[in-house]
Write a protein that binds this ligand. Sequence first.
Ligand SMILES: [Mg+2]
Ligand SMILES: [Zn+2]
Length: 191
Amino acid sequence: MIPRSRQKALFLDRDGIINVDHGYVSAIDDFEFSSGIFELLESFRDAGYLFFVVTNQSGIGRGYYSEADFQKLTRWMTETFQKRGITIEEVFYCRHTPDDHCRCRKPDIGMIEEALLKYPLDLEHSWMIGDKASDMVLADNAGIPNSIYIGKERSAQATLSFVSVDACARYFQENQGKISTIREGYKNKTS
Ligand SMILES: [Mg+2]
Ligand SMILES: [Zn+2]
């Protein structure tokens, strides 16, 4: 159901955030939920956030797996979240390869634009979480002020960086108030 008032959103990259990135994951048997992902989403859910997945799936365009494979896995993933009381509103994906020069492949903002067309979102209080520089650039390009980078090194572009999803989940369990914090000065950043 689409709410009437503007809702805050957490935009999630999939591979490396929701699941361990084994490279072009397309089967349920290969889909391993990241440690802490459920706890992380529980913290954001309890703070009133909606969840959207924004994922580059060039494996479709490259012919590694089909769109039907992807959708089957997506259904299973969202049902698994639902059983834990977590609703994924929608999974946006780009099926193209870089050579297609589409508007939806991250860091281009087509998927965020699509979300904004379909849902009344409060982008200024929204977050993006990802494990690639392109996810952080997407946040910048789309005007999502708060970003979380998961990786071994810190990201200068991200609001917060963590070595793992688990570490991120623990941080927000202990600092739930930070979820509502608006990043200051983000508009002055260079990208
Ligand atoms: Mg990723
Ligand atoms: Zn695309």
